[in-house]
Design a binder for this molecule. Sequence first.
Ligand SMILES: [Zn+2]
Length: 154
Amino acid sequence: MSKPLRAGGEVDSWCTKCKLVLNHRVIAMVGGTPVRVECSTCMSHHNFRARAPGEKAPSTGISRASSASPRSRATSATKAQQAALDRERSWEKAVSGKAVSEFRSYGVDQTFAEGDLIRHKKFGDGIVTRILDPKKVEILFKDEPRTLAQGLTD
Ligand SMILES: [Zn+2]
């Protein structure tokens, strides 16, 4: 939710004295747009100007707040996607080019070691990434890592 601008509020404006886009206090508003502002740095009063003179406005109506928030959402989505991609890439690196004979079929009675190539009836090809304990092993499959049992002798 972006807070609406009002007189007394704060806005970034070009300061005609500082010659920079700086934080300003709104002195006067007309129809939702600041017209007079006071520079928080040099305290001078001047007309509101959203950007440096000569700088082209991208398009009116897009507030700084609304243009910034989709970007941060995209960043977090990208991070999750990146993690999944990295995982799939390391899985691919581990299993690609390996002969069928290099894969062991998974069974709960088997005991595995780190780096073992696994063929699982349901999950497909995988690689043992961690031995969690004598009865549990972490195997990276194409879609995700799974913790599976090992060394069950019953
Ligand atoms: Zn100033």
